[in-house]
Design a protein around this ligand. Structure first.
Ligand code: AMP
Ligand code: GLY
Length: 416
């Protein structure tokens, strides 16, 4: 089969790496891809958000399956357009991708179907939002409604901080149109766990759990990022919690989407907080999380292509989905300054000396045959071992030879 993966990050590199292992995949393409993906797939220079261009390329080159991995093209309806053009696509349609694209939608869905989440109110009026914050007090959480690269959330410790956040979202338009509506919610506490799940519209099959490290600096300090590292499985996620989440969160969510006429096909991301009152949803994403995808797919034993086809064809209930009983760790090597501004084009050395880990490229490019930095998150060094400690040690050891100017990484991935 000819398969095209849409996207250009560590997630897409991990998806390509895993798909490449399928005996059924004869040709693998990635649009636009990056410097590392180019080693496993043929990169195609169509932007991930160019729906028309992607459909034309996929049709012109007779793709048998297109995997739409990032949030933006999903929210733009790329899956709908591909399917309309007769090209099988993996990922939710636009009306289901809204579970990530609009926090107001997802909060409303959870309220309507009794799915546990933080109490909240939605606002389009600045004064009303300010009054609510003053009445509720701090800590309190302010979220831009739309997509904001994982950065549109402020966990405010003081009322002043929360007021500044609504000001910057609603008035200064820090996240553009994404901030015209804000969701203000109760601040929850407890460990965070990510559970990705395959869905075919009616059946939901959770993958091994994982834990992201969203803050930029050690000790969970500094600004929120797309994710600075991940481990799988999460030591907090017991079999008892898994059973409870399946019953109270995963199945009800997939059933709710189907009942709303928005059947969800693809990967549904459950961002959970294990609060003293039980597991609650922090957020949904309509796709694999990154870097979680890198650890989770490293533990998948079965053929990813077969699972994706089963999702698309509504036969996930009989799919073969097996996991290694090992642990995995992904350490993100980022550009100094990320998630703020950073330099691009710095040569990366030592990649050929990495041992005991797989290096997924997140933000790299090839310049005259040399791999150079081309994003905030640059590489994801991912290792698998029988124990979590072993996986963490192997990821850090694997990263040792790698160097580029202003390289930044956390020293406590999996230790916090
Ligand atoms: P989100 O983009 O919604 O996942 O939010 C980013 C991060 O903000 C989450 O991973 C949490 O660490 C934190 N967060 C979001 N909502 C809440 C909440 N209601 N209470 C506490 N922390 C939250
Ligand atoms: N790692 C979080 C995300 O992909 O949104």
């Amino acid at each position: 089969m000819k398969v095209l993966v849409v996207g250009s990050g560590g997630r897409e590199h991990a998806i390509c790496w895993k798909l490449k292992q399928s005996p059924k995949v004869t040709e693998l393409y990635c649009a636009p891809g990056n410097g590392g993906i180019a080693q496993v797939a043929q990169c195609v220079s169509v932007k991930a958000t160019d729906v028309e261009g992607m459909v034309a390329w996929a049709k012109g080159n007779a793709m048998d399956l297109v995997v739409v991995a990032p949030d933006d093209p999903l929210a733009l309806g790329m899956v709908d357009e591909l399917e309309a053009a007769g090209i099988p696509a993996f990922g939710p349609r636009q009306n289901a991708a809204v579970i990530e694209a609009s926090k107001a939608f997802s909060k409303e869905l959870m309220k309507k179907y009794g799915i546990p989440t933080a109490r909240y109110e939605t606002f389009t009026d600045l004064a009303a939002a300010q009054d609510y914050i003053r009445a509720q007090g701090a800590p309190i959480v302010v979220k831009a409604d739309g997509l904001a690269l994982g950065k549109g959330v402020v966990v405010a410790q003081t009322v002043e901080e929360a007021l500044e956040a609504v000001q910057s979202m609603m008035v200064d338009k820090k996240f553009g149109a994404s901030g015209a509506t804000v969701v203000i919610e109760e601040c929850m506490t407890g460990p965070e766990v990510t559970v990705l799940a395959f869905c075919d519209g009616k059946t939901v099959v959770p993958m091994v759990s994982s834990q992201d490290h969203k803050r930029a600096y050690d000790g969970n300090k500094g600004p929120n990022t797309g994710g600075m590292g991940a481990i799988s499985p999460s030591p907090h996620y017991t079999p008892e919690l898994a059973r409870r989440c399946m019953e109270e969160i995963f199945q009800p969510t997939v059933a709710a989407m189907a009942a709303e006429g928005r059947p969800f096909q693809g990967v549904l991301y459950f961002g959970l907080m294990l609060t003293p009152d039980g597991p609650k949803v922090v957020e949904y994403n309509a796709r694999f999380g990154d870097p979680e995808c890198q650890t989770v797919l490293s533990l998948l034993e079965s053929d990813l292509l077969e699972i994706m086809l089963a999702c698309r064809e509504g036969r996930l209930d009989t799919a073969d989905i097996r996991w290694r009983s090992d642990a995995a760790c992904c350490l993100v090597l980022a550009s100094g300054g990320y998630p703020g501004s950073y330099k691009k084009g710095c040569p990366i050395s030592g990649l050929e000396d990495v041992a005991g880990a797989v290096v997924f490229h997140a933000g790299t490019a090839l310049a005259d045959g040399q791999v150079v930095t081309n994003g905030g998150r640059v590489l994801g060094v991912t290792a698998v071992a029988p124990t979590l400690d072993g996986a963490i040690d192997a990821a850090y050891a694997g990263a040792k030879p790698i160097h580029f100017e202003n390289m930044m990484f956390r020293r406590d991935i999996g230790r916090i």
